[in-house]
Design a protein around this ligand. Structure first.
Ligand code: PLP
Length: 376
């Protein structure tokens, strides 16, 4: 099969505007297409392939688990699932986990958890946010264009403006059960929440008796230079979602509920056939073990390299963005033509989410190409 053949492409529903390239292999920060051309990957599967393509640790863990056991369902225990929950709890400082298969599912689980825990249906989310495409996650996604064709959505959501405390307080209702925030809005253009705004959200949630939910699907697992982005903000949420980088590319999502907020779900309240899959969890355990202090220091050092080249860059760690003076798609194409992959986060925003393991030389090479494209 040659997916480059347009007839075969016609059998895939058109939900993506895909680049006209078919990748067949990858190693570290490099991808190879079906004609053997190499590309420097500053996308990393959209902040997913954190340790680089084919990293030996998750590869060996997944391989060993593939040989042992693929799936038993959540009617039984498996070691990798329990191990992963233990590791994530340690990183969080005491939490219980529910495992699923994607970020949007982790958000759905968080919305249901907050409803059950508080008994309140109201939700406060932020304009410009992105939480996923299923009906619940879409309902709290503050991008009207993404919601427009799919109403009616889940009722009771009010949207506040990022970093505007007055607007946040104004969006709260007596029936608010959760305040949902990305510490850095990723898809919405890489806009960080200020520590003051997050602290105000913490206070407001406590006053209301609502749960503070941080969606760390994009910012989590080392992406911003700490395991959770919230560690840099001084604000600890009640509930956190993870997905993307957790298993370096195998599908997984996680809902983490702090020990203090745990206990609302009972057997039968929520479920996922594939959630906690042993292969994905084994790979994720290996990823978590690789997110060392040394690796995190490297992420912060590489952020500095990007800022040296682009002082106007927004974001944190290796979740960074630049506003271009032209449609971001043109920059993506220009870089692609020169063998470097970058992606967009809005019409004029170019996003960089390379593997956290990218070398300084590779990053410098990619930044030089980006500078050439933007100067052209
Ligand atoms: N939440 C955030 C913050 C995201 O960035 C994304 C995806 O980009 C999602 C949720 C949805 O995750 P998924 O595409 O894995 O369903």
């Amino acid at each position: 099969m040659n997916p480059g053949n347009t007839v075969l492409q016609g059998r895939v529903l058109e939900t993506y505007a895909r680049q006209d390239v078919t990748f067949v292999s990858g190693e570290g920060s490099w991808l190879v297409d079906d004609s053997g051309t190499r590309y420097l990957d500053l996308v990393g599967g959209i902040a997913v392939v954190s340790l680089g393509h084919g990293h030996p640790a998750p590869l060996a863990a997944a391989h060993a688990q593939l040989e042992r056991l693929w799936h038993v369902s959540n009617l039984y225990w498996t070691e990798p699932m329990a191990e992963l929950a233990t590791r994530l709890s340690a990183r969080f400082g005491g939490a219980q986990a529910f495992f699923c298969n994607s970020g949007t599912e982790a958000v759905e689980a968080a919305l249901k958890y907050a409803r059950k825990a508080t008994g309140r249906p109201g939700l406060v989310a932020l304009e410009g946010s992105f939480h996923g495409r299923t009906m619940g996650a879409l309902s709290v996604t503050g991008q009207p264009a993404k919601r427009a064709a799919f109403g009616p959505l889940v009722p009771g959501v009010s949207f506040a403006t990022l970093n505007d405390v007055e607007s946040l307080v104004g969006a709260a209702r007596s029936d608010t059960g959760a305040i949902l925030i990305e510490p850095i809005q990723g898809e919405g253009g890489v806009h960080p929440a200020t520590p003051e705004f997050l602290a105000a959200a913490r206070t407001l949630a406590d006053e209301l008796g609502a749960l503070l939910v941080f969606d760390e699907v994009q910012t989590g697992v080392g992406r911003t230079g700490s395991f959770f982005c919230f560690e840099q903000t001084g604000v600890r949420p009640d509930v956190t979602t993870l997905a993307k980088g957790l298993a370096n590319g195998l599908p997984i999502g996680a809902l983490l509920v702090s020990d203090e907020a745990a206990g609302a779900f009972e057997p039968g309240d929520h479920a996922s056939t594939f959630g906690g899959n042993p292969v994905a969890c084994a790979a994720a355990c290996a990823v978590v073990d690789e997110i060392t202090d040394e690796l995190l220091a490297g992420v912060r050092a590489k952020e500095t390299l990007v800022r040296d080249a682009f002082p106007q860059a927004r974001g944190c760690g290796l979740l960074l963005a630049l506003d271009a003076d032209r449609p971001a798609g043109e920059v993506v194409q220009g870089a692609f033509d020169r063998g470097v992959l970058v992606c967009t986060a809005g019409p004029e925003t170019v996003r960089l989410t390379p593997p956290l393991t990218i070398s300084d030389e590779e990053l410098a090479q990619g930044l030089t190409v980006l500078q050439e494209v933007l100067a052209s």
